[in-house]
Structures are given as C-alpha cells and as structure tokens.
Design a binder for this molecule. Structure first.
Ligand SMILES: C[S@@+](CC[C@H](N)C(=O)[O-])C[C@H]1O[C@@H](n2cnc3c(N)ncnc32)[C@H](O)[C@@H]1O
Length: 184
C-alpha cells in the first residue's frame, strides 16, 4: 500500500476508535520541521499505531531512521503492521517498553526528539534523552496547547533554561512546542 494511503486509513480509524494520533494538521507542522532541519536519526516517545512515525519517515534520507518507543505491546503490534503496510519498516524500529527505562538503553545521537506520550513525563523523557541529542538537535513536543498545564515543568524548562530556543506553533485547537538546542 502507498504510504499516503496508510496514513489516510489510520486517520479514518482514529476518528472511529478515538486514537490519539497527531493528525493531519499538526502532522503538517511536523513535516515542515523535518524538511527544515533534515534530521537523519529521530527518537519518538509514544508510537501509538505508528501514524507519526510513518509520516516522519516519508521525508527522511535513505540512510535515516526512527526509533519509536511504545509501552503497550498490543498497540505496538498494530503499529508494526501499519509500518509494514506503508513499506517503512526499513526506516522505523519500535522499542516496546516504558520510555523512562528504554531511553537510557538507546544509542545516540538523535537529531530530532518527538515527545508524544505521558504529558506529565515530558521533562523526564527529555532529561533521559538529552545526553543522546546531537549538538544541533530539535525537540518537538505535542499537545503544548491542550495539555499545557500537565506539561508546565517541561515548557518552563525548554523556554527558560537557556539550553533551547523554543517556539510555540499554535494551531488554535492545540499547539506544538518546537525547541532548538542551543550550542552551550
Ligand atoms: C498520543 S499517543 C502517540 C501518538 C503518535 N505519536 C502519533 O501521533 O501517531 C501516546 C502513546 O504513548 C504511549 N505511552 C504512554 N506512556 C508511555 C511511556 N511511559 N513509554 C512509552 N510509551 C508510552 C501510549 O500507550 C500511547 O500509545
């Protein structure tokens, strides 16, 4: 199946099964970020059924890859099926487990970190991954609008720590926080 058709199929399914995928509008912003920063290696926290991983894989270079972490093995199985359907399996590796335990076992560097799992754990995920980020990495956090309160310690950190230049992409119904690592 064409990658685009798999994405459309997941979007339809997400509506009926209420799957918390990033969706086409915020997905478009994510794609723009991928095109702008051209990451080779991506770490995603929160795979769900593989929508955002498949979407991000489309614009990766041939040598690029995505490691995506999912805590729920059933959901990860569906993601793997979707990834194979989209013929993106050579670029995407799913790690099953709690991201807090999984991140320290991964080998960096990662050029882009996409956070989309438990909102009150974003700062923990980032702290675990920080030493594995490349010097000019970019960190994208979903739900910076609807879950801004749950993510407040994360948002304070990326906006005020001096380690990132952070920008909020507000789409009205929700927002993405995009934080470019500063050379320190
Ligand atoms: C919002 S969904 C991810 C959506 C996906 N990024 C997309 O846009 O297609 C969040 C996912 O994170 C997973 N999750 C929650 N806590 C987690 C954790 N501690 N480690 C890994 N995955 C986790 C959930 O099971 C769920 O599938």
């Amino acid at each position: 199946m064409a990658l685009q058709d798999v994405l459309r199929e997941i979007e339809k399914e997400a509506k009926t099964r209420f799957l918390p995928i990033i969706g086409p509008e915020k997905g478009e912003v994510l794609v723009k970020i991928i095109k702008k920063y051209k990451p080779e290696r991506i770490l995603e926290v929160g795979t769900c059924v593989g929508y955002s991983a498949i979407l991000m894989s489309r614009d990766l270079p041939k040598t690029g890859n995505i490691v995506t972490i999912e805590i729920d093995p059933e959901v990860a199985r569906t993601a793997q099926e979707n990834i194979i359907k989209a013929r993106a399996h050579k670029k995407i590796e799913i790690v099953i487990g709690d991201a807090i335990d999984a991140i320290p076992t991964l080998e960096g560097p990662f050029d882009l970190l996409f956070l989309d799992a438990a909102k009150d754990k974003y700062l923990n995920y980032l702290k675990q991954a920080e030493s594995k980020l490349s010097p000019d990495a970019v960190v994208v956090a979903d739900n910076a609008g609807v879950f801004a309160w749950e993510m407040r310690n994360y948002l304070r950190y990326v906006r005020k720590s001096g380690r990132y230049k952070s920008t909020t992409y507000d789409l009205g119904f929700d927002a993405l926080e995009v934080s470019k690592k500063l050379f320190t």
